[in-house]
Design a protein around this ligand. Structure first.
Ligand code: UD1
Length: 365
């Protein structure tokens, strides 16, 4: 039986890997040809950033945890490469499957390919064109050394073709993050503070910020919070905190009155909040996809996106870091003029199955 390493390291990886595991387990039950080893790099390690997602999404405990922990980009990359290489030397696998664009994605792809272990990249080909984002570097490096590419859009497929990759190595399969959303939609549940803050559907905003460019400098961060809380006209803004953001927040001495700071939320509670929000304000990429599928207006505090379909088809708009553009967007929202949006092609809840079917064919040869 062929064995695939499934790599997961940081929060956004866990929801992307869950449907692939489910599809592999289903096939195994009916005599499928693929086994897997779940490798957690330990890039994220808190219960709030990691453990809760395994429990809620019913992902089995990792077979291996490389326990790399935090560090600079280079420190994390190096630690993951060294430890994953050791694992492969001890026990080789037939394929290294990486998802998304975090440091763990790139580091494991490099370590595997250098040992001649084939690499498959799920969510290949997306590009923001913004080299100041570590994720963009991770995407470019990973895509330049992968054997097989699973894409979420025709645009991403075109980006991979432009690298000179033959069509038979590219698979437009849809979005595994949306598989997870669909399969958990009926399980979404309000967080404990829902009653405490008297939250009601469409009467609050959800805010997430964690990009270094937005949260690492105190003045940039506090100006941004001020502009958001002014433009939302006193409505509550629920702000689940990423650990990076929490560090900067400690340096602020006052907060807008309508800002409700809460801990990083588990998956089911976070998406319940998004589903019922008036709108989401974010600097994340994945959340723009979830908001699009749930038909919730989404304002992105970035100038670029690697997920253009969330803007051209979905409910997302880019306003950058400009408070005037943010205010104009919020004014349109309050005037009831936000676009309705649709769901991108193949974001249908069956991507994990398509990926596993393709892998069975590819690894049979
Ligand atoms: C990483 C990903 C980013 C993703 C984000 C989601 C990269 C380059 N970036 O960014 O694409 O959107 O995860 O969360 O891979 N920390 C904790 N507990 C943890 C993990 C981290 O306290 O469990 C702290 C660390 O000390 C560190 C900070 O959070 O200072 C940032 O963690 P890091 O893994 O470096 O990157 P993220 O900003 O989380």
């Amino acid at each position: 039986m062929k064995c695939i390493d499934l790599i997961a390291g940081a929060r956004p990886n866990f929801m992307k890997i869950a449907p692939i595991i489910r599809a592999l387990e289903t096939k195994k039950g009916t005599g499928g040809a693929l086994d897997y080893r779940l490798v957690h790099t330990g890039q994220h390690y808190d219960a709030r950033m990691s453990g809760d997602f395994f429990t809620q999404l019913d992902v089995p405990a990792p077979n291996v945890n490389l326990e790399v922990g935090s560090g600079t980009q280079a420190e994390q990359t190096a630690a993951i490469m060294v430890r994953y290489e050791k694992l492969l030397l001890l026990q080789r696998s037939d394929l290294c499957l990486v998802v998304g664009d975090v440091t763990s994605t790139m580091a494991c792809a490099i370590a595997a390919q250098k040992l001649g272990v084939k690499v498959a990249h799920v969510e290949a080909g997306i590009r923001s064109g913004d080299w100041s984002m570590p994720e963009e570097i991770n995407r470019m490096v990973t895509d330049s050394i992968s054997n097989w590419f699973f894409t979420t859009s025709e645009g991403a497929t075109r980006n991979i073709r432009r690298l000179g990759v033959a069509d038979e190595r590219i698979f437009f399969v849809g979005n595994t993050m949306i598989d997870t959303l669909f399969s958990n939609m009926s399980r979404l549940r309000p967080p404990l503070f829902w009653k405490q803050f008297s939250l009601a559907p469409r009467e609050y905003f959800v805010l997430t910020l964690h990009r270094p460019a937005n949260v690492d400098e105190v003045k940039v961060f506090s100006d941004m919070l001020g502009a958001i809380c002014d433009g939302t006209r006193g409505m509550l803004v629920v702000f689940p905190l990423h650990p990076r953001t929490a560090k900067t927040l400690q340096a602020l001495d006052k907060f807008p009155a309508n800002l409700k700071i809460v801990e990083a939320q588990p998956y089911l509670e976070f998406n319940y909040l998004v589903r019922h929000a008036k709108a989401v304000i974010t600097d994340s990429g994945g959340i723009t996809e979830e908001a699009t599928v749930m038909g919730v207006p989404c304002i992105t505090l970035r100038n670029t996106t690697e997920r253009p379909e969330t803007v051209t088809i979905g409910t997302n708009e880019l306003v950058g870091a400009d408070p005037v553009a943010l205010r104009l967007a919020l004014d349109r929202l309050f005037a009831g003029e936000w676009k309705k949006g649709g769901i991108p092609e193949l974001w249908d809840g069956h991507t994990g199955e398509r990926i596993v079917a393709a892998l069975e064919r590819l690894l049979a040869n």
